[in-house]
Design a protein around this ligand. Structure first.
Ligand SMILES: [Zn+2]
Length: 312
């Protein structure tokens, strides 16, 4: 892992969270030894890849390549759907308190619809469940095999088809880190939510990456959120932070799970000072995690936990 603290100025690649162009390069390699530059914003401590793709490049990747080239799965089948069920179970547990009769739910990045289908099973016929999925084959499977209302495309491509102010709950399960602009994503979600509607989001946790860093950083993840940077994103986009939790995954604290609420107009409170992740502390925390990961043989424990979860 190569790292240095060089400060560079690249006005065309500013931090999505705070708008600063100042950053330190943390790593130059990603998963599988790929050439990938990960930087830490000098202003807000956001960890992100630089350069990140354009919106068009990102859209092409998700429409055509993601599940095929990257996940080695292009046309899904029932077996694939069944394999997704244990993976979405932890998020389903988090969502249960909000799955009330008549609830209107939107899941962004729903793949074959395992979570959407499971939520529908919990609520029954009174609920309305809508999904968005960029991969054509996955969206088609969810629609045709599972009877789900799934739009094929990225949020920015299909959000105009959805009624503003119409959802009680918007869910993104390990999807926000794949977006080109989390800020734009949250602003669109806020429009789609009803007043007091909830946004439930889970992302990998930069505080506990759950793997060696060269595996954690990868081409499809443009952002690595910490509890503080995720909270700042909510503050910036005018959400009320209900909670930000670091939950147990294959290893402790690897799931960063948060609930944000859309306030009603009278409650909008723009903070004068945003929460900040110190960039030098973030860099040191990442290096410390890497050492902990090797010293405690975490990869071995992770395999066991993962295997157990798949079987329960
Ligand atoms: Zn920043």
């Amino acid at each position: 892992m190569k790292s240095n603290s060089t400060t560079t100025q690249e006005p065309q690649q500013v931090c999505d969270l705070c708008g600063s162009g100042q950053h330190q390069v943390f790593a130059t390699k990603g998963r599988g030894g790929s050439k990938l530059t990960t930087v830490i914003c000098n202003e807000c401590g956001m960890v992100y890849t630089n350069p990140r793709p354009t919106e068009r490049e990102n859209a092409e990747f998700y429409h055509k390549n993601y599940w095929g080239a990257y996940k080695n799965q292009s046309m899904p089948d029932e077996r694939f759907f069944q394999r997704r069920l244990p993976k979405i179970r932890p998020m389903l547990t988090q969502l249960r308190p909000y799955l009330k009769p008549g609830v209107r739910v939107l899941e962004i990045g729903c793949s074959v619809g395992a979570l959407l289908w499971s939520m529908k099973e919990v609520v029954g016929s009174t609920g309305q469940f809508t999904g968005i999925e960029p991969h054509g084959g996955h969206a088609q499977f969810a629609r045709e095999k599972k009877g789900l209302d799934v739009h094929n495309g990225l949020l920015e491509e299909v959000s105009h088809k959805l009624k503003a102010g119409s959802f009680d709950l918007v869910v993104m399960n390990h999807v926000l880190e794949h977006t080109v602009s989390p800020t734009a994503t949250l602003l669109t979600i806020k429009k789609l939510l009803k007043p007091h509607g909830l946004y439930v989001v889970e992302v990998p946790n930069a505080e506990a990456p759950g793997s060696r860093l060269s595996h954690f950083f990868h081409v499809a993840h443009h952002y690595c959120f910490s509890p503080r940077t995720l909270q700042r994103l909510a503050q910036k986009t005018g959400f009320k932070v209900k909670r930000v939790d670091e939950l147990e995954g294959d290893l402790p604290k690897t799931r960063l799970n948060a609930v944000f609420e859309k306030p009603v107009a009278a409650e909008v409170d723009v903070p004068t000072k945003f929460i900040r992740d110190d960039p030098n502390e973030r860099a040191e925390a990442l290096r410390r995690y890497e050492r902990w990961y090797w010293i405690t043989a975490a990869s071995f424990r992770k395999k066991i936990t993962h295997w157990r979860r798949q079987r329960t």
